[in-house]
Design a protein around this ligand. Structure first.
Ligand code: AMP
Length: 222
């Protein structure tokens, strides 16, 4: 978890590669829905472009359907979900039913840096790889290094929508840190350093959590 521009997408990609887990990124899933020719698409397009949150009911449908797929049996990396308390409670129920544990990694980045990052962000239209015009430019302008497909600027990466998204993050998502902190499932990493350095901090946490999971499995088998 972290505000827009904290590097959640980049870290999720690195984690997925290292651990072979699927990424469930609700923002990407909703952007895909927005491309379809349905009444839901119209609604999602407008909400996303304005930097608002899509309703918890829509999220519940989308996330439940995705987490029930077989590739999520051994867990997954959630990016952009949960963002509200009702979403966190829904996730709790799904995880309980499926026997999965939840832990949260908070990527902390100060506000000034977030604006710089979001304003220069470009994403591959096909594989979703993330670039930055100053910090991580593609080899050829406007083209993805990995698959040669065009890059795009997200409709919600404009100043007004960025302000709106960060305000919503403060109001709706930050309270979740207390929710997870109170049950000892919250870790914090410094997101201002290079992506590889952020990843090292995350890997330490994942190792610690895996060890704990192993220990509690061992205890229940004794
Ligand atoms: P993201 O790519 O995670 O920054 O999400 C882009 C946009 O999708 C957000 O600004 C929201 O409009 C919508 N969205 C993504 N995830 C959620 C969520 N968990 N709850 C509500 N809206 C979401």
């Amino acid at each position: 978890m972290g505000p827009q521009g904290a590097g959640k997408g980049t870290q999720a990609q690195m984690l997925a590669e290292r651990h072979g887990l699927p990424i469930v990124a609700t923002g990407d899933m909703l952007r895909e829905i927005a491309l379809t020719d349905t009444p839901l698409a119209l609604q999602v397009r407008a909400v996303q472009a304005a930097g608002q949150l899509v309703s918890d009911d829509i999220l519940a449908e989308v996330v439940k359907a995705r987490l029930c797929k077989n590739d999520c049996t051994d867990g997954c990396i959630l990016d952009g979900f949960p963002r509200t308390l009702p979403q966190a409670k829904l996730l709790e129920r799904i995880a309980q039913e499926r026997g999965n544990r939840i832990f949260v990694i908070r990527i902390y980045v100060p506000r000034e840096l977030l604006f710089k990052r979001l304003a220069g962000r470009r994403t591959c239209t096909v594989c979703g790889s993330i670039y930055h015009m100053d910090f991580k430019p593609p080899k050829q302008e406007g083209v993805c290094d990995l698959d040669g497909q065009p890059l795009f600027t997200r409709s919600d990466d404009n100043e007004e929508a960025i302000q709106q998204r960060l305000a919503l993050y403060d109001e709706m998502t930050k309270p979740l840190f207390d929710y997870y902190g109170q049950t000892n499932r919250l870790y914090k990493v410094d997101g201002t350093v290079a992506p590889e350095e952020v990843f090292k901090q995350i890997e330490e946490i994942v190792k610690r959590e895996s060890n704990q999971a192993g220990e509690s499995r061992g205890m229940s088998e004794e």
